[in-house]
Write a protein that binds this ligand. Structure first.
Ligand code: CO
Length: 134
């Protein structure tokens, strides 16, 4: 079921500083900040040869990233995103295995315009997992 690693998302307290680190220190291809009001985040995309890194910064008062940064003030890995061929089939299989799907269980359109779902970190050794339709 599990496919490619689509991205690793890192929550950062200072988007400009984090972007500069990836651009100047690591020499990575770094996008401009992209506001995603529906998800309560501003995202910077970093293109690597084999996957992507997404820098997440809270947007608005009720951002889901703010609580994470309150607990991890210097930032940290927020989630990993795996591709699946059929997100509804993957969801149904995971639910049958007892995995908790977050939200109402229906895929939402994610940062890349494709359907995504999030899975409970306690079901994946403490890591929030995002599934994205390949
Ligand atoms: Co993501």
């Amino acid at each position: 079921m599990i496919g490619r690693l689509n991205h690793v998302a890192i929550a950062v307290p200072d988007l400009e500083a984090a972007s500069a680190t990836y651009r100047q220190v690591l020499g990575a291809k770094v996008s401009d900040p992209l506001p995603q009001p529906d998800h309560g985040v501003t995202v910077v995309f970093i293109e690597l040869d084999n996957t992507k890194i997404e820098l997440l910064h809270p947007m608005g008062e009720t951002s889901p990233i703010q609580g994470f940064l309150d607990k991890n003030p210097s930032g940290g890995i927020h989630h990993v995103c795996y591709e699946v061929d059929d997100i509804l089939a993957a969801r149904d299989k995971l639910k049958a295995e007892g995995v908790r799907v977050l939200g109402n269980g229906e895929p939402k359109i994610g940062a890349h315009g494709k359907p995504v779902l999030f899975l409970h970190p306690k079901d994946f050794t403490g890591t929030l997992v995002e599934l994205e339709q390949a």
